[in-house]
Design a protein around this ligand. Structure first.
Ligand code: BT5
Length: 257
């Protein structure tokens, strides 16, 4: 597998790759590596995570051989975006593009889930390393359910889940998919502060024009119709005849039934 991945990624000019057959969390490894000063475009990959993380301490399942687990380290350049929401959008859009190449129409459940047929097939966890007030590094963690065995039992899920194998009817090649996701991410990166990026992200938003309920930390849930995105990647809802901006952070979004 490792050789196959190296061949697949050769054209991307990544700086350095650390591959693990099994690891706790690729994001933990990448955060430590970033703190030691590794370069922009360093990548951590694993065939299995034993303590994969979602947001707010939730678990992310990535059993051996069934999923893609990656953490890409970026060192934001001068003038580049410094908002975690934009980096989450970058990964989400890259996944949408790579799935489109496999004739799958994915949608983004803002802020960090990628859906196929309204079921979650991938999750994104962006974490930052700060040096005082300056953003030193961003770790973009991406988990993709490639084979059917990657999908946890429904009793462990907050939202329905699926795999690419289940949606396609056959198993896609993991190395090729990995290459296409990273290649799309690198393609969109220079555009992150620009309108076409937000437009493409907005075009892939799930529940557009629909009523959703958003839970935020310790606040009463907010209900509103999904209108789109602000230029910084925050979500715009129409709530009680007013446009409300929901800031990226610890939120959950669900269709309001
Ligand atoms: C996420 O969190 O969706 C972010 C997942 C990020 C995982 C990647 S893998 C590489 C890198 N290294 C890490 O340690 N993490 C990143 P959140 O929105 O909080 O969703 C977590 C919830 O998703 C859990 O509470 C479960 O309900 C559900 N879940 C867990 N594993 C899943 C899976 N494989 N497929 C679909 N849903 C899952």
């Amino acid at each position: 597998m490792q050789k196959e991945i190296q061949t697949s990624l050769a054209s991307l000019n990544l700086k350095s790759i650390r591959y693990f057959e099994s690891i706790g969390s690729t994001n933990d490894e990448a955060l430590a590596w970033a703190a030691q000063g590794t370069e922009d475009l360093s990548l951590v990959l694993a065939d299995e995570q034993t303590s994969g993380r979602g947001r707010a301490g939730r678990k992310w399942a990535s059993p051996r051989g069934d999923s893609i687990s990656l953490s890409l380290i970026l060192r934001p350049r001068a003038g580049e975006a410094d908002s975690p929401s934009l980096f989450t959008g970058l990964a989400a859009l890259a996944l949408v593009d790579a799935l489109k190449q496999r004739r799958l129409t994915a949608q983004i459940k803002w802020p960090n889930d990628v859906l196929l047929n309204q079921k979650k097939c991938a999750g994104i966890l962006v974490e930052s390393v700060w040096s005082g007030d300056a953003l030193d590094a961003v770790v973009i963690g991406v988990g993709v359910n490639v084979l059917a065995g990657s999908v946890p039992h429904e009793s462990e899920l907050l939202f329905p889940a699926t795999s690419l194998e289940s949606e396609l009817g056959h198993a896609p090649n993991r190395s090729d998919l990995l290459r296409d996701v990273l290649s799309a991410l690198l393609k969109w990166r220079p555009l992150m502060n620009q309108q076409p990026f937000i437009q493409a992200w907005e075009a892939a938003l799930a529940f557009k024009g629909q009523m959703v309920r958003v839970w935020r930390d310790n606040e009463t849930p907010l209900e509103g119709i999904v209108m789109g995105l602000a230029p910084d990647g925050n979500l715009r809802l129409l709530s009680n005849d007013k446009i409300v901006t929901v800031h990226f952070g610890e939120i959950h979004l669900r269709p309001a039934l």
